[in-house]
Structure formats: C-alpha cells, structure tokens
Design a protein around this ligand. Structure first.
Ligand code: GH3
Ligand code: MG
Ligand code: MG
Ligand code: MG
Ligand code: MG
Length: 344
C-alpha cells in the first residue's frame, strides 16, 4: 500500500512480492497435517509474513484470541472441531469487542459442494487441494489488502466516534455556559425563568409548596460610589456565594438583575422559606468585607440586603406573574421598612 501511494502517476504498479504494509502481517495456518502447514509456509516464505500454527480447531481458537491474526488459512477436515465450524465461530464473534474482521481462507480436498457451504458460512475465500502456490499467494495478498482496508476503516470510525463524543461534550459545556451569569457564577435570568415556569407548573399540578425569594442589596449605589465599581463587583460575588451557601442544594439561585438575586425554593412553604431568608439575611449582614485603597489603606465595609418572599399554594396567587409580583411587592416593603429585613 505505502509504496503504491508514492509511485509516480501513470507508472505501472510495482511487482513487489509483498508491500511493506502487508509484509509484517500475521497469518495463522490451521491444519491437522503438519506436512500441509509446511507446504504453505514454504510457498509463502518469500513474502515476509509472520506465521503462527495450530493443529486443530480448539488450538486455532486459542491462537486467534492470543494473537489476533490478520488472516487465517484453515483446513476444513480436522478431527473434532472442523474448519467450517471454527469459521462459523470466528464470524459470529466478529463485532467490536470480539475478534473484529479476520479473513478466512478455507482449504479442502473436497470438491465444489463444500465450497458453497464454506462460503455461505462466511469464509472469505476457498481453495481446493491440490492448489497452485501462485494462486494461494495472490489470494493471500488480496485478503490481506482487504484486512488492511478494513482495519483502517475501523480506526477511522473510532476516530469519528471520539470526535463526536468530544463535540457532544463541548456542546454540553457551551450550553451550560449560556445558563450562567459571568460575574457571579449563579444561573442567569433567562434560565431561571425557564426553570421557574417548569417548577410553577409542577407545583400547581401536584399542589406542592413552592417559594420565591427576591433579594436586593441595600444602598449598593453608595457602595459603588464610595469604593469603586470593581469593589462593588467583588461584593456582588461575595453576596452571591453567601446566598448560594445558605440555601439547599435543590434550591435554584440566579442573578435576576444588577444587584438583585432571585431564588426558587421547591417543596418549601412560607414558614420554612421565611427561616431560610432570615439565615441568608443574617449571613450577608455579618460579612466582613475589606476594601483596599490604592494607597494601601484598608477599610472594613459592611453590607446588607432586603428580601421579599412569596409562596404557593395561596388563594391570591394563581399565575406565575402573580408569584413574581407578590415577591417584588414584599421586597419593596422590606426596603420601606428600613432595609436589612425580610417581608412576606
Ligand atoms: P436600595 O437599597 O434601594 O436597593 O439602593 P440601591 O443603591 O442598591 O439601589 P439602586 O437600584 O438605585 O442601585 C443599584 C446599583 O447597582 C446601581 C448600579 O450601578 C449598581 N449595579 C448594578 N449592576 C452592577 C454590577 O454588576 N456591578 C456593580 N459594581 N454595580 C452594579
Ligand atoms: Mg485435515
Ligand atoms: Mg433599587
Ligand atoms: Mg439595591
Ligand atoms: Mg436594585
């Protein structure tokens, strides 16, 4: 194969005995008569093939498992496990994870009847003894070419499979990124709204409790004004992390707007939701933030947040928009009540 590919256009194929790609291939010779094996070995000796021998069907199968030959030349008439039966086993185990494709040339002293049977059972070629060595040699070469091509095809398919898997993984990763808010690492509003819709439908259908929390950092504008926007970003990240850590794994937390965080608490009624919000509020109010000015001076900074909670089932909340509106009104009330507090 390799030396064919480098010959000049229009030049006849070189009449080498075996191309290098074929030369180092392993041929398994199976015959109960050692003289027959010897005869074939001698006939093919000049090609550089590697040979393995087996003297009955069982030994042949063991050898196939061990060395995975590239070609099998096998006698049909052998005691116990005959060549046709071995061939059937090889072809039945030809798939991925099995033997793969191994061409089989069956050899028999019988006449044409056995030939049809052998080919129907999946032998790739068939020779009737006594055969011409040049013919055997040509058939071996053609079978090995087939094997090389088949191996290349299998390898290409594997590569394609690998590439496809990588692509699928990349797509997953990209999809995940489209759901994430870059600054805080929380989910973004778009994905939150998707999930909220699903959860609201689920909660309505099964009458399971569901709570919605809206959180807004207090006087955040002042924080930005006093310490700079980058510090504001840092506070936002810290608050996001704090909210996430104070809620349960199954609670869904997202950045809803500039300095607003929203959380969905499945299977959570008003009482538990209030408790969770208090935990969150307290954790934020206890944060010990530190601002470092350009001249190196450090300053302790505190922050707080206001929270509004709404829960279903509730007589007054029949639509998703209502749930959002009530939570927003509650947040507004918390701001009005002096901030750093929870309203529901
Ligand atoms: P209140 O207690 O009433 O909520 O006061 P506030 O100052 O937090 O409210 P307001 O909505 O007036 O200001 C929100 C500020 O948040 C204004 C905006 O510049 C700032 N902000 C929004 N998004 C970001 C951000 O991503 N990073 C930073 N550093 N600031 C942001
Ligand atoms: Mg025999
Ligand atoms: Mg505001
Ligand atoms: Mg605010
Ligand atoms: Mg705001």
């Amino acid at each position: 194969m390799a030396d064919d590919s480098i010959r000049k256009m229009g030049e006849a194929p070189r009449r080498t005995l075996a191309t290098p790609a074929l030369a180092d291939r392993t041929i398994l010779l199976v015959d109960d008569d050692p003289a027959n094996i010897q005869h074939v070995r001698e006939g093919l000796a000049s090609h550089g093939y590697r040979f393995r021998e087996a003297h009955d069907g069982t030994e042949a199968l063991r050898s196939i498992r061990e060395v995975r030959p590239d070609l099998i030349i096998m006698d049909v008439e052998m005691p116990r496990l005959g060549g046709v039966e071995v061939c059937r086993i090889i072809k039945a185990n030809g798939g991925e994870g099995g033997f793969g494709f191994i061409p089989v040339i069956l050899v028999t002293a019988r006449q044409a009847a056995g030939k049809v049977e052998g080919l129907e059972l999946g032998a790739d070629d068939y020779l009737v003894k006594p055969f011409d060595m040049l013919e055997l040699s040509a058939r071996v070469k053609s079978m090995l070419r087939l094997k090389v091509l088949q191996d290349a095809l299998v390898e290409k398919n594997r590569e394609l499979d690998r590439a496809n898997k990588e692509l699928a993984q990349k797509r997953e990763e990209l999809l995940a990124l489209t759901r994430i808010d870059a600054l805080t690492g929380l989910y973004n509003r778009r994905y939150f709204e998707e999930r909220l819709t699903e959860e609201f439908i689920r909660s309505t259908r099964y009458r399971s409790p569901l709570s919605l929390v809206m959180l807004d950092i207090d006087h955040f504008k002042k924080l930005n004004d006093n310490y700079g926007h980058p510090f504001g970003d840092e506070v936002l990240r810290t608050v996001a992390r704090t909210v996430r850590s104070k809620l349960r794994e199954v609670d869904f937390v997202a950045r809803y707007g500039g300095e607003e965080i929203i959380a969905l608490l499945p299977e959570t009624g008003p009482k538990e939701a209030l408790g969770a919000c208090e935990r969150v509020r307290e954790a934020i109010a206890s944060l010990q933030l530190e601002h470092r000015a350009q001249d190196g001076t450090r300053q302790q900074v505190r922050c707080s947040a206001s929270l509004g909670v709404a829960s279903v089932p509730a007589k007054s909340i029949l639509a998703l928009e209502e749930l959002l509106r009530v939570a927003d009104v509650c947040l507004y009330e918390a701001k009005g009540a002096g901030r750093n507090c929870v309203r529901q």
